[in-house]
Design a protein around this ligand. Sequence first.
Ligand SMILES: NC(=O)c1ccc[n+]([C@@H]2O[C@H](COP(=O)([O-])OP(=O)(O)OC[C@H]3O[C@@H](n4cnc5c(N)ncnc54)[C@H](OP(=O)(O)O)[C@@H]3O)[C@@H](O)[C@H]2O)c1
Length: 339
Amino acid sequence: MDLPEAATTQLTPDLRICRLLNGLWQVSGAHGAIDRRAAIEDMVAYHDAGFTTWDLADHYGPAEDFIGEFRRRMAANRGVEALATIQAFTKWVPEPGRMTRQIVEENIKISLRRMAVDALDLLQFHWWDYSDANYLAALRYLAELRDEGKIRHLALTNFDTEHLRIIVEHGIRVVSNQVQYSLIDRRPEVQMSQFCQAHDIQLLTYGTVGGGLLSESYLGQPEPTRGVLTTASLRKYKQMVDAWGGWGLFQELLSSLKHVADKHGVGIANVAVRYILDRPAVAGVIVGTRLGVAEHREDNARSFNVILDAEDHAEIERVLAKSRDLYQLIGDCGDEYRR
Ligand SMILES: NC(=O)c1ccc[n+]([C@@H]2O[C@H](COP(=O)([O-])OP(=O)(O)OC[C@H]3O[C@@H](n4cnc5c(N)ncnc54)[C@H](OP(=O)(O)O)[C@@H]3O)[C@@H](O)[C@H]2O)c1
């Protein structure tokens, strides 16, 4: 399977990525058991299919170690040059509190060691509590580590527009913000996208296929109970669907998406992904992968072949217009994570 040229983009002038990133929260344990050997083999298969960009975090169970093992495997089998074709983006999610250079550096060193890299391609910083302004100190130390070569690019996850603005005004350069963004959750469109476009910051999105809810598997199905939803991801996005408009409206959306998908000879998930890939400021969509358990490579590659036209957008919009305003209900991007 060869991905088209349009499947990749420059996240920064020196960092080319696949616009569909492989998300590794799914190996954390909250989505069922993962076999290490099968997982690493699957990582090679993703890479060979063109899905060369990974999204992970310090707290996603063994995800950083998997990157380390995958890199060692690639170097042993294909030579160290092959490592330049992998992009691995991690996160640092510290507890709020005083931030010193030592605390920041020690945590970054752990990720460097686990991932077996000399420099982190992209470090995405998360902060739980805006009433604690130490996030600015943490970001200043992270910027120092970037300038010293331990981090290639500094980025954020789940920051709202107000605090992204504060960071930019403090002269701290970040290249991207990772946020929830889907047909269900369009909060980034209220102000985040515009701010990002104005400041050359890109969005990496999650929740775009709603843990799998935005697919044929749930079309025409009765409302699933919590017990039926077997991954943390499905449970998370079912709650979003409930807040957004409920299962009845969600079925209307799935029916419209199916109509659009059939017209283009693709699946519902492809339309859901394409819709977000086409939004302003979006560099990439992260799709979670339960390595060694389930894979949707060929299916998801079809997202790159769809062009949604005005008629498709109008049909989708007719349903979205009936939904509740999640920005009013929850707040800006990431507000659901604030303590
Ligand atoms: N920054 C943050 O706070 C944050 C939060 C959440 C997630 N993330 C990132 O985003 C990644 C994605 O996580 P997510 O929770 O948003 O999950 P997601 O990508 O919305 O859902 C992943 C699941 O969707 C299903 N799926 C994928 N492609 C499909 C297709 N073509 N057809 C049908 N089903 C398909 C798969 O289910 P099966 O495995 O059952 O087949 C897969 O496990 C995470 O791994 C993580 O990297 C970040």
